[in-house]
Design a protein around this ligand. Structure first.
Ligand code: HH2
Length: 268
């Protein structure tokens, strides 16, 4: 088995930063999910609320309408289905429809009841670091040492999850690239990702098409940031990341296959 997993992004939203509106229609979303799995996604992460900077919150009923039918339709593809939500009611409905992974970008801070739900249903979960909340997170984020602070936050959230009854083997952590971070913060987190890996939980990395890659390459259109994304994924695998949350699964799968083979050949 591969020493890593690829999580394909499926945003069923009108306003996500890179693919908003592309998969908003139910049929388009299901077809996109099929393509992600065919290209090599082990997990499909279904989201109904954009977390891009200054995004507007989505009402629970609307998020349920976006997410649940897609989750239901994607069951049986052979991939694990994840739900990208901070709302326990949306997570519960998605789990009932076949999801077995909860990706909560607030790491259970938006609603601590999410932890009890994950524990009760025996799901996997991703605890992500974010400074502040999506509306304001990019307004002058500051850290003394971004890696130390993100690491301490993730350790605290993981301890909370365990206290709430979630098995350690179900917990994954994510430094939250782009969530309340400058370009320098994102690069420091990638460069020192091994320090986050040292926490002992599988590390999820989500750099895909993000704006810091656009700033570094001059690529305005997020669809043109595939090569930049792949570069970060290769670096992250070398530093021990376990899960890669990406929009462009085929390119990522090829690059990681070669990276993993090379690391194995050197006994890494
Ligand atoms: N990034 C986004 C959303 N969810 N979850 C995790 N665990 N890690 C991430 O880095 C992450 C995430 C933002 O990307 P995207 O879903 O493409 O955009 P939007 O939030 O605008 O829908």
């Amino acid at each position: 088995m591969r020493p890593y997993r690829i999580m394909g992004v499926l945003n069923v939203t009108p306003d996500s930063f890179s693919d908003g509106g592309e998969w908003f229609d139910f049929e388009a979303a299901v077809e996109r999910g099929r393509v992600l799995v065919a290209e090599g996604a082990d997990i499909v992460d279904v989201g109904g609320e954009s977390t891009r900077p200054r995004a507007n919150p989505v009402a629970e009923g609307e998020e349920l309408r976006r997410v649940v039918p897609a989750v239901e339709a994607l069951g049986g593809l052979g991939a694990q289905i994840s739900v990208d939500t901070m709302k326990p009611a949306v997570a519960a409905a998605a789990i009932a429809a076949g999801a077995s992974y909860v990706n909560d970008v607030t790491a259970f801070r938006h609603d601590p009841a999410m932890a009890g739900l994950v524990a009760d249903r025996g799901c996997d979960c991703c605890l992500m670091h974010m400074l502040g909340e999506p509306r304001t997170m990019q307004d002058d984020p500051r850290y003394d040492d971004v890696v130390d602070e993100v690491k301490a936050f993730l350790a605290e959230r993981a301890a909370f999850a365990v206290r709430e009854g979630i098995a350690e083997s179900r917990i994954q952590v994510d430094p939250g690239v782009g969530f309340g971070k400058t370009i320098a913060h994102n690069l420091e987190l990638l460069r020192r990702l091994d320090e986050i890996v040292a926490l002992g939980f599988p590390v999820v990395v989500g750099t895909s098409r993000k704006s810091f890659l656009g700033r570094l390459t001059g690529r305005e259109d997020p669809h043109d940031r595939v090569a930049a994304t792949v570069a970060t994924s290769v670096m992250a695998l070398e530093r021990g990341a376990a899960v890669f949350r990406v929009h462009d699964v085929a390119a990522t799968a090829d690059a990681l296959a070669v990276t993993a083979a090379t690391l194995a050949a050197h006994g890494a």
